[in-house]
Design a protein around this ligand. Structure first.
Ligand code: ADP
Ligand code: MG
Length: 263
């Protein structure tokens, strides 16, 4: 179980994440919503260790992650989608994903120079990388350099890298942002499939309410860095306060959406 306790970060005079206490259970998908600048990405950065908390702590399965680097947190099971800058732009999709697979499989097993085992593992690593690439529908482009891909395809590769790490906790920050209408379903289907694995904890920052409504078991709302609502999707989405103040939707359109949703 992932848990944050009183997690807070201050940038100068601005409190970007303000005392957020929240626990996320395996087998659940929690959507994190809130207006731009609410602190959603910063909350992820605090969990993954990209930035240090001013106060408060993150726990994974009861152990504090205080003082752990982002890569140590990744090894502990926290999976954050890679940014494009983490990719090797001149390597192919397959080579990038294979490196990620290799990173997760490297352990005592890799010590020593056993050429035969390196050679035979290479095949296993490639097969696993191909599986993950297939899951994001990128097989036809797997030999292209990442730099030559469209923005949407690069985002799929980011998700493939995250899959390759086989984390316990998946953090998706607007995974379909910048994708075309026909690209987004590939990622959403993948998240749907991940959800069926009850050992996984999924956190999803997503603006599209129809997506949130369908995928989330729970919604938390951040506003000015603070957690202001937490509950079942239907309840949180329908709450007029959340609709008007935090999602910038008028009460009338909420009503229309609710009626449309039932039809
Ligand atoms: N590294 C940083 N230094 C200073 N301010 C930051 C930094 N990162 C985020 N912020 C500020 O923190 C607030 C929350 O930002 P962010 O977490 O990106 O919001 P969201 O993802 O919900 O849109 C914003 O006001 C943003 O300008
Ligand atoms: Mg953000």
């Amino acid at each position: 179980m992932l848990e944050t306790k009183n997690l807070t970060v201050r940038f100068g005079g601005h409190v970007a994440v303000n005392g957020v206490s929240c626990a996320f259970q395996p087998g659940t998908l929690t959507a994190i919503v809130g207006p731009n600048g609410a602190g959603k990405t910063t909350y992820f950065n605090l969990i993954s260790g990209q930035i240090a908390a001013t106060s408060g702590e993150v726990f994974l399965n009861g152990a504090t992650l205080a003082g752990m680097s982002p890569s140590a947190r990744t090894r502990a099971g926290l999976g954050r989608a890679f940014q494009l800058t983490n990719l090797f732009p001149n390597l192919s999709v397959l080579e990038n994903v294979r490196l990620a697979v290799q990173a997760t499989r490297s352990g005592p097993h890799w010590r020593g120079l056993n050429l035969w085992s390196i050679w035979s593992d290479h095949g296993a690593l490639t097969r696993r990388a191909e599986e993950v690439i297939d899951a994001v529908s990128m097989t036809d482009k797997q030999h292209r350099p990442v730099a030559a891909l469209s923005h949407g395809d690069q985002r799929k590769v980011e998700v493939a890298l995250l899959m390759a790490l086989e984390p316990e906790v998946f953090m998706f920050d607007e995974p379909t942002a910048g994708m075309s209408l026909d690209e987004a379903p590939v990622i959403l289907n993948l998240i749907r499939k991940l959800k069926t694995d009850k050992r996984k904890t999924i956190l999803l920052v997503e603006h599209k309410m129809d997506v949130v409504r369908e995928l989330a078991d729970r919604i938390i709302v951040l506003h000015n860095g603070a957690l202001v609502a937490d509950g079942e999707p239907a309840t949180v989405i329908a709450s007029p306060i959340v609709q008007e103040a935090y999602l910038g939707v008028s009460a009338a359109s909420v009503q229309a959406q609710a009626e449309g949703g039932k039809a």
